[in-house]
Design a protein around this ligand. Structure first.
Ligand code: NBP
Length: 468
């Protein structure tokens, strides 16, 4: 066996499956994990799947790889990545390439890339999406770093990535932290997408009165049309799953307290820092926070009053309306995510290509969806598009769906069913399309109490007045 040109350290779920994916695609690979037993177990279970070289320590791991080396790190984001870099460094040679494939915070990636490049190494921070299954069978890969670093590893990355219509779901994203930034926004959109689906579920169950079976059928039907996506597909699957313990629906046995690992919050943090209103994403993060307040909610449910949650009327009619509300809200969530990337790109100078990003997201990743093709077409038609909502296709989608969107949000509010992401998306849409917002009053208030000054609509300049 020839010496591998790539190695991977960090053999937890993602690392194991990525290593198997690389090996199955015909590349020899050295593997390592901090806990040695994990490497031994991995080789015992999967060694027959390809040309693996199992290594017990970092020195033998680095030495097992052909120079110039490519080493992928799949360890927990944060300090472990710095620990691994420091552990590897003494054995590396100039020109070796380190790839961080974990969900690292983009500012950490920028710092690590600058440091390692100044020391003569190459560095790639790459988003890898698709979870355990995607890692094995083809994830979406979003690599950022120096182009020469990408070119070196592109033959492996593009082969191991998911393929859609013969196109790999992997392309060079940009310098430095661009790859991890784009992966972060992917996850932010994923938060919004999931929350919107959860709100649709709540409406169908609590307000329209559908059974779990009917909800499952509804999602399965939606998956056949414009809403077709991985998340809608797995949602239909969830409503077909029985609890082996009780025989009831498993979804009803799941505690309504959502966890989060932080990438949604990072997206909102960055949006606040850059002044970009990603309201659907941020409401999705807050919705998880509210869900986590389980004990308080249980107590409040016995004290606080509200209306009955039922909509009444035709179930069939409401199902169509909820579908339209979901579709329109989803368009807004994606528009906000792409807008955030546009502003971040201007700030950090990555030269992002939104059409290419939507192409990568068509397969392998969690937010893969039919309508990403439409996003690609929108950017192909106008690469400087300032907001997806202005693209003719999406303008028409919202034109077609907005009566039902408004009906659903109004009915939800009247019935006391919380729809934070649906309603935040609608408020954004209505704010974005308004030529004049009440911010004139905000400016007047700011000038009155703090002499913050204001601009006028009829002439240039900065003004301060004595109000009242
Ligand atoms: P984890 O995020 O659970 O990390 C576990 C791995 O990190 C193990 O190999 C562990 O070694 C290693 N590690 C830790 Br913890 N501290 C270390 C240290 N100080 N030095 C060396 N190694 C250390 O694994 P994962 O779920 O496979 O995810 C890997 C990365 O991929 C993460 O950044 C994650 O956010 C990202 N990601 C995960 C998914 C997913 O669906 N799980 C999807 C996309 C991206 P040990 O065995 O010795 O403890």
């Amino acid at each position: 066996m020839s010496k591998p040109t790539i190695g991977l350290t960090g053999l937890a779920v993602m690392g194991q499956n990525l290593a198997r994916n690389i090996a199955r695609n015909g590349f020899a690979i050295a593997v390592h994990n901090r806990t040695v037993e994990t490497t031994h177990k991995f080789i015992a279970e999967h060694g027959h799947e390809g040309a693996f070289v199992g290594c017990d320590d970092l020195r033998s791991f680095v030495e097992a790889i052909e120079k110039p080396r490519t080493i992928m790190m799949m360890v927990k984001a944060g300090k472990p990545v710095d620990d691994v870099i420091e552990g590897l460094k003494p054995y590396l040679a100039k020109g070796d390439l380190l790839i961080d494939g974990g969900n690292s915070f983009f500012k950490d990636t920028a710092r690590r890339a600058a440091q390692l490049e100044s020391e003569g190494f190459l560095y790639i921070g790459t988003g890898v999406s698709g979870g355990e299954e995607g890692a094995l069978n083809g994830p979406a890969i979003m690599p950022g770093g120096k182009r020469e670093a990408y070119e070196r590893v592109a033959p492996i990355l593009t082969k191991m990535a998911a393929q859609v219509d013969g196109t790999p779901c992997c392309a060079y994203i940009g310098e430095g932290a661009a790859g991890h930034y784009v992966k972060m926004v992917h996850n932010g959109i994923e938060y919004a997408d999931m929350q919107l689906i959860a709100e649709a579920y709540d409406l169908l169950k609590s307000a329209v009165g559908l059974s779990n079976e009917q909800i499952g059928e509804t999602f399965a039907q939606w998956n056949e049309g414009e809403l077709g996506s991985y998340l809608i597909e797995i949602t239909a699957q969830i409503f077909r799953t029985r609890d082996p313990e009780t025989g009831g629906y498993l979804v009803d046995a799941v505690l309504d307290r959502a966890g989060q690992k932080g990438t949604g919050k990072w997206t909102s943090d960055s949006a606040l820092e850059l002044g970009v209103p990603v309201t659907a994403i941020t409401e999705a993060v807050f919705a998880r926070c509210l869900s986590a307040m389980k004990a308080q909610r249980v107590a409040a449910s016995k004290v606080l009053m509200g209306p009955s949650s039922s909509f009444g009327g035709s179930q069939k009619d409401w199902i169509g309306a909820v579908r339209d509300a979901l579709y329109a809200s989803k368009v807004v969530a994606y528009a906000q995510g792409f807008d955030l990337m546009r502003v971040a790109d201007a700030e950090y100078g990555w030269a992002l290509k939104p059409g290419e990003i939507s192409t990568i997201w068509r397969g392998g990743c969690i937010i893969r969806a039919v309508f990403l093709n439409r996003i690609k077409e929108a950017y192909d038609a106008d690469s400087s598009l300032s907001n997806l909502l202005l693209a003719p296709f999406f303008r028409d989608v919202i034109g077609r769906t907005q009566a039902n969107w408004r009906r659903v949000v109004s009915a939800a509010i009247q019935s006391g069913v919380p729809v934070p992401a649906f309603s935040a998306a609608l408020a954004y849409y209505d704010g974005y399309r308004r030529e004049r917002l009440p911010a004139n009053l905000l400016q007047a208030q700011r000038d009155l109490f703090g002499a913050h000054t204001y601009e006028r609509v009829d002439k240039p300049g900065v003004y301060h007045s004595q109000w009242g």
